[in-house]
Design a protein around this ligand. Sequence first.
Ligand code: URA
Length: 235
Amino acid sequence: METVRFDRLAARSGQISRREVRGLLRMGRLTADGAVPASPEQKVREDAVVCLDGVPLNCAAARCFLLHKPAGVLSATEDRDQPTVLDLLPVELRRLGLFPAGRLDKDTTGLLLLTNDGPLAHRVISPKHRVPKVYLAEVDGVLDGRDAAAFASGIVLGDGSACLPALLELAGPSLGRVTVYEGKYHQVKRMFAALGKPVRSLHRERVGGLDLSGCPAPGDWRELDASELSSLFCP
Ligand code: URA
C-alpha cells in the first residue's frame, strides 16, 4: 500500500485545509487509524481511516458528485459575474478541485457530474467510451418518425459536421427523448435546429446508468459511491 503525508491525506476530505492540520493535531483532534500522528508530514498508509473528533472523513483520492443543475448557472468552475455549478456546493467541497465532467448550457437543466478525477471525466465525455447521455427536449414544431429516422442515420449540423447516429423517441407532439453518445458544442440544440425544430427547453435525465434519483429538485446534489461510479459505464 502506498503511503502519503498525513496532512495531504486529511486535506483530501475537503473538511480541513493542510494548514489547519498542525493545530488540530496539537489538540489531538485528528487521528489516522486511531492514533494521533506526530506531525503533519508523517507518512501514513493511503487507506488509513482519518477521523476528526472521532468522526471518519472521506479521504478518497478521487471524488464524484451528481448535481441536478438548475437553469441560470454556468457549467464552469468560476466566473466573475455569474453563478457557477460549484457555487451550489458547500464551501468545504469547493476545496476539492472539482470540475464539471462535460457541460450543460446555462439554460439546460438536469444531471451534471462534478469530479476531481480527470480520467473519469475523460471516460464520461469521450465518444470512444460510448457513455449514453439522455435528454428530454421540448421543441418548436411537431416531431414525427422522419425526425427519428434523421437522428438514427446521423444528423449533419449547420457547420457541416456529422453526428454519430443517435436515438430520438417521440414523447409528445413537441417532446423528444434523445440519446447521444458524444458531446459536441450545443449538440442537441444544433441537431434539432438542423431539422428546423429549434429547442425550447432541454433537460438531461441520464448519463450512463445514472439518473437523478436522490436529487429530484434543481440544486440537489449528492456524492456517488464506487458502485454508482461503475454503473456509469454499464448502463
Ligand atoms: N446539447 C445542447 O445543445 N445543450 C446542452 O446543454 C447539452 C447538450
